[in-house]
Write a new protein. Structure first.
Lengths: 166, 166
DNA sequence: CCACGATAGTCGGACATCCTAGTAATGACC
DNA sequence: GGTCATTACTAGGATGTCCGACTATCGTGG
């Protein structure tokens, strides 16, 4: 027996009855659900390739690097994730043989990560797979995709600014 | 040295140069980042109250229940999370004394969860706190919040329909 | 040239999420 | 009434994320 209503809209109605304006609550909840949904779709498509979306993002970032190798700190900065998350994902990619890490001779605090040949091969196949399924957001028209991205960017930019001030 | 560019826009540019239309990739990535950002904000505000946003959502759902108690399966359905996630969160809330669980006399497979007095108290204070910070999405105007919610709902509804067909 | 703050990365712990696989109870159908 | 598919929940394991704390290194200022 499928739900005959949208759970978030239902929650928003109840919220409005009892507490007040539901728009912020509705958006926060929508973002959480949308992420869950999109990542689940992406991970399902990437699973045959042996990676997750988090790992895919790292592989892609490495492939876009001009020099071929990227310090872990820069990965965290670009993907906006915590340093420990980078270490975690790089650990797994290294164990899979998709990424190699080596110390930066110029600054021995740094670890440089780079794609292995196998990593490049996996990345290529994975890119084809997730491009074919529109990154899990093909239910929106390209125009809607752009609108949604633009709205979410407001959050990102505001957060980045707050972080920089700190 | 703060980033002087938006990492997702930068990734989208590189994507476009090398692979093709970046809108879907940009949106998927934006959703992932936005969720991370909003949940981190929410969790930070909820931490003094001893809960996370996931737990808050459960408490709120219980408080909205007419009968006061809700079977775990219904919680998973409304929050669109896996049954094992519900068990996990209810376990923690029970250990904290914010929720009580008791078997449903009418169907002994079911476990009914309900708010304790302390749970209701925490919920009230937590609601005040996160309402005051606009659920972490106050960087968007109310109008923008509504637009973004409406766009993300398209994903939700499409996914729900796909699930029902299966 | 050395102390000390800043930076890079890692370790251990907490959380939430999923999946696979089980157990228990219900209900439908013969 | 009995068998069996379905439903509800739980157990164990994997992931990815964060935070706090720690070590190693760099570099700036005295």
């Amino acid at each position: 027996m499928p739900l005959d209503f949208d759970p978030i809209d239902r929650a928003a109605e109840l919220w409005e009855e009892r507490i007040g304006d539901p728009e912020a609550m509705r958006l926060a909840t929508s973002i959480v659900r949308a992420q869950q949904l999109v990542v689940t779709r992406l991970d399902a498509v990437l699973r045959p390739h042996g990676i997750t979306f988090a790992r895919y993002e790292v592989l892609r970032l490495l492939s876009f690097s001009r020099r071929g190798s990227v310090p872990l700190s820069k990965i965290g900065e670009r993907l906006m994730v915590h340093p420990t998350s980078v270490t975690n994902v790089i650990d797994r990619l290294t164990a899979q043989g998709l990424v190699s890490r080596e110390p930066d001779p110029a600054d021995r605090r740094r670890i440089l990560a780079s794609l292995t040949d196998e990593g490049a091969t996996v990345l290529e196949a994975a890119t084809e797979a997730i491009t074919a399924m529109d990154f899990g957001v093909g239910d929106l028209t390209p125009e809607q995709q752009r609108e949604a991205s633009d709205l979410l960017r407001i959050l990102r930019v505001a957060d980045q600014a707050a972080t920089d001030r700190a």
